[in-house]
Write a protein that binds this ligand. Structure first.
Ligand SMILES: [Zn+2]
Length: 274
């Protein structure tokens, strides 16, 4: 029987969904194996050991040339050290990602070609916004874009103060749009075969949220919880903090633009939270 956690999306492109579904991870973190014989593993995923054995199962007689990280959040990066040891492949990511994850590896800068002996060539793009250390990876030949948590296959990406930044996020979205990708391969949710409309919707969603917050401020909201009550529908247990950290990210951006905003520093969240 087919494994519901493993899907071959195209020749040379397999997605493996980690068994870590949750309110912030949707149906689980997506790891990708890319290439035909010398593969690249993008975002090895969370500490679930069944996930690493699934990766083994897909690699079979082939090898992994490099383990790439989009960013350091643990649901993407936790298995990176072990995957690197098991497959004898270096971990590559932004310098800040490697530092935060406590990993030795190769630091990637914006625009770097990533082809460490793999049979697929990728370009690393610095795309902050969800987190300041975030990178996306583009396969130029097929125009597959591995978006990590910058763009998800469904729902919206979390931009949480203080590591998330709304202005940087919008700039990163514009950059992805200009690349004209054929497919988006997100860190959570399904692959996206219609990237341009999804990217446009992400931008619209973010600007609408900003407009809602400005309206709430104009109507007299004087604290982050008051803004949340005005802007969000009632939230499931455990998501209120994320909504407030997201509001704080917007307030930081509005404050930079000269708006007078209520205090929001208390809503910072640890960088390792997704
Ligand atoms: Zn993340």
């Amino acid at each position: 029987m087919a494994d519901p956690f493993v899907t071959e999306l195209a020749p040379g492109l397999t997605v493996l969904r980690a068994d870590n579904a949750g309110p912030m991870t949707l149906d689980g973190t997506c790891s990708y194996l890319v290439g035909s014989n010398r593969l690249v593993l993008i975002d090895p995923g969370s500490g679930d050991r069944g996930h690493l054995s699934r990766i083994h199962g897909v690699v079979r007689g082939r090898s992994i040339a490099a383990v790439l990280l989009t960013h350091s959040h643990s649901d993407h990066a936790e298995l990176a050290g072990e995957a690197s040891r098991v497959f004898g492949a270096p971990v590559l990511g932004s310098r800040e990602t490697l530092r935060r994850a406590g990993l030795e590896g190769g630091a990637l800068a914006d625009g770097d070609q990533v082809s460490p002996g793999a049979d697929i060539a990728l370009i690393a793009l610095a795309t902050p916004g969800h987190s300041s250390d975030h990178m996306t990876f583009l396969s130029e030949e097929d125009r597959w874009l591995f978006t990590g948590d910058l763009v998800l296959g469904e729902g919206s990406s979390a931009i949480l103060h203080p590591d998330g930044n709304v202005g940087e996020y919008l700039a990163s979205l514009s950059r992805l749009y200009a690349l004209r990708p054929a497919w988006l391969l997100p860190g959570h949710g399904p692959a996206v075969a219609d990237p341009m409309s999804l990217l446009a919707n992400y931008r619209t969603h973010r600007l609408e949220r900003e407009a809602q917050i400005i309206r709430a401020l104009t109507a007299g909201a004087r604290s982050v919880p008051e803004i949340r009550a005005a802007v969000y529908d009632p939230l499931p247990e455990g998501l209120a903090w994320a909504a407030e950290a997201a509001i704080a990210a917007h307030l930081a951006s509005l404050s930079d633009s000269g708006y007078e905003v209520p205090p929001f520093e208390a809503y910072g969240v640890p960088a390792e939270d997704d």
